[in-house]
Design a protein around this ligand. Structure first.
Ligand SMILES: Nc1ncnc2c1ncn2[C@@H]1O[C@H](COP(=O)(O)OP(=O)(O)OP(=O)(O)O)[C@@H](O)[C@H]1O
Ligand SMILES: [Mg+2]
Length: 314
């Protein structure tokens, strides 16, 4: 599969601030690619550099194998952008907004009409075509923003945090819609600081922080680069320091904590870890309450690489 986007050693500064620091990114045709990073990590800056909306200080960017320039209309025709901040005209109706964005690229009147209809159907705004944006709820407004970005049937679509401040129902619709666009052939670039969304939607993920690419791969590949393979939590009262030391010494255990009667043990590899923890507690006459065994999440990947929680930083 060919590379649709290639970003090499990109450096972008806003005066003193280094927003992108020798940033690398490769996106292949057909992917749903997730850019995952906390607020201010450089996701929007990356997109704006790729789209040539921002100049940059160093590095190179190729889109569809070509250099992207502010006037590369042949490339821009193939690209759709759903910006982080809703960008629609308040004085135009839902229909007129979508039609306007379509008209930027689609000149044939019949095709344009059909494409506008397709976009309205796609985001299910059929009942609201005469509404002005101000009359729409947050979720509907996001859907209008999406319709405007995809109406010209682009091959490559950027979604910059499209589900922020959206109710759960609209959020699911948006995620399903993006998966459908991908099924119909579009390559997707999706930015978010919600790891659950990225895990659910994306075929490959790049984790970024402070303008740097930290790791990339499928979610399985990312989880394989970290030490943690299993986290076990057990509700149990009155464990002693000696108990904790012995539990820390269980095979494959590498981190143990005990707060508010919850024992947490992280394991690296090994099988039957849960059984061994419970056997230990049983052998020492402890009765226990709730028990969880969790696989690592992308938050654990982020935590191990950066030392901070992805969740904390949003
Ligand atoms: N126009 C600007 N001028 C100065 N600094 C900027 C500008 N735009 C962004 N920054 C800074 O650059 C860094 C990267 O910002 P960017 O908006 O790309 O991050 P982000 O990952 O998209 O964050 P968010 O999740 O909040 O959208 C941040 O520290 C931000 O404050
Ligand atoms: Mg952003």
């Amino acid at each position: 599969m060919s590379n649709i986007i290639e970003v090499n050693n990109l450096v972008k500064r806003y005066k003193e601030l280094v927003a992108l620091d020798h940033f690398n990114l490769t996106i292949k045709e057909g992917e749903v690619f997730g850019l995952l990073g906390p607020n201010g990590s450089g996701k929007t800056t990356t997109i704006n550099c790729i789209l040539s909306l921002l100049s940059y200080d160093k590095g190179s960017i190729k889109v569809f194998g070509k250099d992207m320039k502010p006037d590369s209309y042949d490339l821009k025709r193939k690209i759709g952008v759903v910006p982080q901040n809703v960008a629609v005209f308040n004085e135009l109706s839902v229909y007129e907004n979508i039609d306007y964005f379509c008209g930027l690229y689609i000149k044939d009147a019949a095709t344009r009409k059909q494409y506008v209809k397709d976009a309205i159907d796609f985001v299910e705004l059929g009942e609201f075509t005469k509404f002005r944006p101000k009359k729409l709820s947050g979720g509907l407004l996001r859907r209008l923003n999406i319709a405007c970005g995809i109406v010209h049937k682009p091959e490559l679509i950027f979604f910059d945090e499209p589900t922020v401040a959206v109710d759960p129902q609209s959020r699911n619709k948006i995620l399903e819609g993006i998966a459908e666009l991908n099924k119909n052939g579009a390559t997707i670039v999706y930015t978010s600081h919600y790891m659950e969304e990225v895990e659910q939607l994306c075929s490959r993920i790049l984790i970024m922080d402070k303008g740097k690419s930290l790791a990339s791969g499928t979610k399985e590949e990312l989880k394989n680069i970290i030490k943690c393979t299993e986290k076990i939590s057990v509700e149990v009262c009155d464990l002693t320091e000696d108990n904790l030391e012995e539990i820390s010494g269980l095979a494959h255990a590498y981190e143990t904590s005990y707060d508010d009667s919850i024992l947490k043990v992280s394991f690296s590899g090994g099988r039957h870890n849960l059984v061994r923890v419970l056997d230990y507690l049983g052998d020492h006459d402890y009765s226990f309450g709730r028990i969880y065994s969790e696989l690592p999440t992308l938050n654990d990947v982020f935590l191990e690489i950066t030392g901070t929680e992805l969740r904390d930083s949003v």
